[in-house]
Design a protein around this ligand. Structure first.
Ligand code: ATP
Ligand code: MG
Length: 505
């Protein structure tokens, strides 16, 4: 049969969806074809995840239709979508922390033995098989608690694989993955495509969209803008359609006068996690911690801030030693940490946007001089505005915000505390191209005002554009310290993979 005559496994026709006064989807149509990877791109809050949840049966559309194999269906619940062969990997992994990895993969559909008990051996075997296909080395019996976001994401992908999905929807699956891990995922995605599955891929990284996807649909403010084969498009065109204006995604750091050493970390060690990490960061400087996911970068800054313990070493802020394991002492000394996992560590989902953005006011900020609550609230709102936060009302729960906008609330929350030393873990993860340069500009301005900034980033262009100095970590150790003019793609990648370029001693 002519492939054009086969109805697509999944299509949306003229779908609308509102949340109160927010019109998240305004008559969107989209067709997912077998043997194709389809990209969906748009700014933060454009409606991408809402569309995903409509496909998944989480949301019922207000109007329009979801067609499966050409027939109208009403998914009343996620289980209906799953039965129809639709698997969804959400923007935020949703694992049960107390269940094992294998139990999470088979939750709600555990295989049974002939005696009707749960067939653990089979669960483990199938999990291992999925991991092998993904090239993942993880113990199926370990609890999900404590897994990195990257690993949680891989568990979600393994879950979809074991479901033999015909339609696989991935909402920013690579946001927390390193280049190597993302490549591995792409290999799996291509294999699934070539075996006839229909894939929908959402990402704010255009290099991935262009490397992986066959067609690209652009949405803006919940409305369809365009759909074209990737080969007919270039990045600038896509960005222009998304944002409706010209933007740059990078904003290189401006030169700032370097002041005194504000942060001094000496020989910091946590057995089995990182060892002998030292750094000095001056006022006006941005130091990047580069490396692959799992190199121990987040762990180091969490230990410095006091949320995790360490076994040896010292941390000094402004010449004074910080007591280990005491985040409040760190805050009082003027340190702020924008964490990597914003949902778990950064936000109270059921609280309002406003409360979350001003949450740090609950702690005494004596060293900084006490800010009046009113002033701080205004400042949080102000940051929100500067980061073009998109929301209905500032009193709405933060859970109603789109993923990227939740990230911005966490940034606003910490920036409004007026810190002296700022740690940012993946500052632009999940943030759209239009706002990315704005975040970079903010960091640059803050450094210019005399902050010492430590940035963990897996995006090489961001590292190279923003850092005065780059510390590269590999397996818990600093393998290179590069000045701005020494750091390039090659030198950072070499050190990140534990290799040394030939000319280096
Ligand atoms: N449950 C909800 N209640 C109220 N508003 C919501 C809800 N879910 C989404 N919205 C709103 O709908 C709009 C679209 O959000 P959506 O999450 O679909 O955006 P997105 O394109 O996925 O953005 P991002 O790139 O940031 O992930 C946003 O304005 C968001 O605040
Ligand atoms: Mg989203």
């Amino acid at each position: 049969m002519d492939p054009a005559e086969v109805p697509p496994p999944l299509a949306l026709v003229d779908v609308t969806k509102s949340f109160g006064s927010v019109r998240a989807l305004r008559g969107l149509s989209l067709e997912l074809r077998s043997g194709e990877i389809h990209a969906l791109v748009g700014e933060n809050g454009a409606g991408k995840s809402t569309l995903v949840k409509t496909i998944a049966g989480v949301h019922r559309p207000d109007g329009g239709q979801v067609l499966v194999d050409g027939s109208p269906t009403g998914f009343a619940a996620p289980v209906d979508a799953q039965r129809a062969g639709v698997a969804v990997i959400y923007q935020e992994p949703t694992l049960f922390p107390d269940l094992s990895v294998a139990e999470n993969i088979f939750v709600g559909r555990q295989p049974r033995t002939r005696l009707r008990t749960i067939d653990r051996a089979r669960m483990r075997r199938d999990t291992e098989e999925a991991f092998t296909r993904l090239g993942v080395d993880m113990d199926p019996d370990r609890p999900a608690r404590g897994l990195s976001i990257a690993d949680q994401q891989l568990v979600e992908i393994a879950k979809a694989l074991t479901r033999q999905a015909r339609v696989l929807v991935m909402d920013e699956p690579t946001a927390a993955l390193s280049g190597v891990e993302a490549e591995r995922l792409f290999t799996v995605a291509r294999t699934l495509r070539d075996s006839g599955a229909a894939l929908l891929f959402i990402s704010h990284r255009f290099d991935e969209v262009f490397a992986l996807c066959d067609r690209v649909t652009v949405v803006r403010d919940g409305a369809f803008v365009s759909c074209d084969p990737t080969s007919d498009l270039d990045v600038d065109t896509v960005v222009r359609r998304m944002v409706g204006r010209e933007v740059t995604s990078l904003y290189p750091k401006e030169d700032a006068e370097r002041g005194e050493v504000l942060l001094e970390v000496d020989g910091l060690t946590r057995h089995g996690v990182f060892a002998d990490v030292s750094m000095k960061v001056r006022a006006g400087e941005i130091v990047a911690l580069a490396g692959l996911v799992g190199a121990g970068r987040s762990e180091v800054i969490r230990a410095v801030f006091g949320v995790d313990r360490y076994d040896a070493g010292t941390v000094r802020v402004n010449g004074e030693t910080l007591p280990p394991g005491r985040p409040r002492a760190a805050m009082a000394a003027g340190i702020a940490l924008v964490p990597e996992d914003r949902r778990q560590q950064g936000l109270v989902m059921e609280s309002s946007i406003e409360r979350n953005a001003t949450a740090t006011r609950r702690w005494p900020l004596s060293r900084l001089g006490l800010l009046r609550p009113r002033a701080e609230r205004d400042s949080a709102r102000d940051w929100g505005e500067r980061l073009s936060l998109k929301f209905g009302r500032i009193t709405d729960p933060v859970s109603t915000l789109s993923g990227g906008n939740q990230q911005k609330v966490v940034l606003a929350k910490w920036l409004s505390t007026d810190p002296r030393v700022l740690f940012v873990d993946e500052p632009t993860r999940g943030i759209d191209v239009g706002t990315k340069a704005e975040v970079h500009r903010l960091l640059s301005t803050l450094a210019g005002r005399g902050l010492a900034i430590v940035m963990v980033s897996s995006e090489l262009p961001e590292v190279l554009g923003m850092a005065d100095r780059v510390l590269v970590m590999h397996e818990g150790r600093v393998t290179a310290e590069l000045d701005r003019d020494e750091a390039d793609e090659e030198s950072v990648m070499y050190a990140a993979t534990g290799q040394r370029p030939n000319e280096a001693a």
